[in-house]
Design a protein around this ligand. Structure first.
Ligand code: ADP
Length: 356
């Protein structure tokens, strides 16, 4: 039996002003249990409350004398989405409220965090398309006639940046005089229609999956970053590169379990694991610093946070979607994801109660 109600804190429909939108939001999404897990008779151990803000993980454990018992872990977040919630609803709850931000010189960022197989890509892929549809609608207003939308798609793999829309070219980063970081030579592509976004995504993803170890294996070790940049063209002169108005970044993070690969026998895997671990820790610290309005944001902690530096300052809005698997076999990874998300912005102390 899968408990759990739907969402509660549904923001108003339409693109509300960002003023009312929290700077940081953390939303948990549970994916449905799958056939393989059912065939293994694995239980669904994630319980979501009716209000859709709290969840419990019922961790199966054994005492020293081998008696089985369940340890319950409870967490609260801005929203907890059960396995029946659709991608459309996910869009409305996470990304839609942030779209307006990029028209107000702001930065909006959406992360998908979680174990490989927990639904990060399933959650993330439709979001830039839906956002583009809303962005185009807002661009239709007369005062926005001089705006254009540009897209770039790149990945960070082993601490290096690769352009997914330019033959996976390796790129360098440069800091300009105003402490802005830019990726030298990153190709930007003009978006004319919503369908373009899908085409660019597909093109980029096929570049991503050419690794010898196979698509999933390879992509779970890299962070994929899709950016939509809104640019203003003076006096309608579209022949020159415009001035950046705002930017929306969508980040499908490396599988969180990869950060633990640091004890792997293979040296390459170990190095990659250490890099992923470093970047996910740095990311957590940056978002926490943002949330606590600390003046100093430790963005230098990793390539990922350096690249996202300009998304962490000024008028910025961030939503993190923590994806979790429901099956008992994923319990440890699920708890790790929830603890990470809780550190980013949990609304309650992680309570732990055991019962027989
Ligand atoms: P990840 O990117 O975290 O490795 P995927 O997005 O590839 O995980 O999801 C793993 C599998 O689970 C895929 O086959 C995907 O279609 C399926 N899946 C994930 N989330 C959902 C969901 N909410 N509803 C239905 N299927 C899902």
């Amino acid at each position: 039996s899968t408990p759990g109600g739907a969402e509660t804190s549904r923001p108003g429909s339409g693109n509300g002003p960002p003023a009312g939108v929290a700077r940081i939001r953390v939303v948990v999404r549970k994916r449905p249990i799958n056939k393989k897990e059912l065939a293994r008779k694995e239980e669904d151990v994630v319980w979501i409350d009716e209000a859709g803000t709290a969840l419990q993980v019922h961790e199966p454990r054994q005492k020293v004398d081998l008696t089985a018992y369940v340890e319950k872990h409870e967490f609260m977040f801005d929203a907890v989405l059960n396995d029946q919630v659709t991608n459309d609803e996910v869009y409305r709850l996470t990304v839609e409220p942030l779209v307006q931000t990029i028209f107000n010189k702001g930065r909006a960022t959406c992360f998908a965090y979680g174990q490989t197989g927990s639904g990060k890509t399933y959650t993330m892929q439709p979001l830039p398309m839906r956002a583009t549809a809303d962005i185009f609608q807002l661009m239709g207003a007369p005062q926005h006639h001089d705006l254009q939308l540009w897209l770039s798609y790149f990945e960070i793999y082993g601490g290096k940046v690769y352009d997914l829309l330019n033959d996976r070219r390796k790129l360098c980063m440069r800091e300009d005089g105003r402490q802005q970081v830019c990726i030298v030579g990153l190709k930007e592509h003009k978006v004319e229609a919503v369908g373009d976004v899908r085409d660019f995504l597909e093109r980029g993803n096929s570049t991503r999956s050419t690794g010898v170890t196979g698509a999933n294996e390879e992509s779970s070790r890299s962070h994929a970053i899709l950016q939509l940049a809104l640019k203003k063209h003076k006096d309608g002169d579209f022949s020159r590169g415009g001035k950046l108005v705002g930017k929306f970044s969508f980040i499908d993070l490396a599988g969180s379990e990869r950060g633990a690969d640091t004890y792997d026998n293979d040296k390459q895997t170990r190095l990659e694991g250490a890099e992923i671990n470093k970047s996910l820790l740095a990311l957590k610290e940056c978002i926490r610093a943002l949330d606590h309005e600390q003046g100093h944001i430790p963005f230098r902690g990793s390539k990922l946070t350096e690249v996202l530096r300009d998304s962490f300052v000024g008028n910025s809005r961030t939503v993190m979607i923590a994806n979790i698997s429901p099956n008992a076999g994923s319990c440890e990874h699920t708890l790790n994801t929830l603890r990470y998300a809780d550190r980013v912005k949990g609304l309650s102390r992680n309570q732990r109660t055991s019962n027989g």
